[in-house]
Design a protein around this ligand. Structure first.
Ligand SMILES: Cc1cc2nc3c(=O)[nH]c(=O)nc-3n(C[C@H](O)[C@H](O)[C@H](O)COP(=O)(O)O)c2cc1C
Length: 178
């Protein structure tokens, strides 16, 4: 069973969460390929689950301007992220994906990168079967205590999913797309 993880990160926090999720998946014997969106690796051959991870920027997915803003705050953003990866992905009708986003969660409305991911996936006929949010203390991090442990646990839950299909699979995932 194979999972392709595509992640975008400006200050490295989302990347750390991706590594924790990957650890959980691998603990359960799942083969994982962890890539940065900027690598533009669109090889979905034999992929059972696509996992996308991105920071929330301005209540949605990062874009060129928001990445530039992060750059002015000390981040090292790439110019190609999850939004662009999804825009360029090949047809994968019937494919299944999971997604997570990271954010400060501050303020009344902090938005969702996952929702933006779900909309883009839908255009490719890909179903979002699970989603999660992980928190950072501030724009540049660090991660909120115990959130990496949560990410690892979520990875093990996703692993249970990878070997299954349809409705049965859904029962294994505690966190559904919002
Ligand atoms: C330009 C910009 C806009 C942001 N907007 C939001 C937001 O709307 N909601 C939120 O919860 N966090 C927001 N954040 C905080 C980011 O989500 C946080 O920097 C990110 O989770 C850190 O992950 P990274 O290290 O992978 O970049 C914003 C950060 C930046 C740089």
């Amino acid at each position: 069973m194979n999972v392709l993880v595509v992640v975008e990160s400006c200050f490295s926090n989302t990347h750390r969460f991706a590594e924790a999720v990957v650890m959980g998946l691998r603990e359960r014997g799942i083969e994982v390929r962890l890539t940065d969106a900027a690598d533009q690796d669109w090889d979905l051959t034999d992929v059972d689950l696509l996992l996308l991870g991105a920071p929330i920027h301005n209540r949605g997915l990062p874009n060129r301007l928001s990445r530039m803003l992060a750059g002015t705050q000390g981040a090292s953003p790439k110019t190609f992220g999850v939004a662009e990866w999804l825009d360029g992905m090949p047809e994968w009708a019937g494919g299944r994906a999971a997604a997570f986003d990271t954010g400060t969660g501050r303020g009344f409305i902090h938005g969702s990168a996952v929702n933006a991911i779900a909309k883009r996936l839908e255009r490719h006929g890909v179903e979002l079967v699970a989603s999660e949010r992980f928190l950072v203390e501030a724009m540049e991090g660090p991660v909120v205590p115990k959130q990496l442990a949560r990410a690892r646990l979520w990875g093990t839950a996703l692993a249970s999913y990878v070997g299954k299909t349809g409705e049965t699979a859904r029962l294994w995932i505690s966190s559904k797309p919002k």
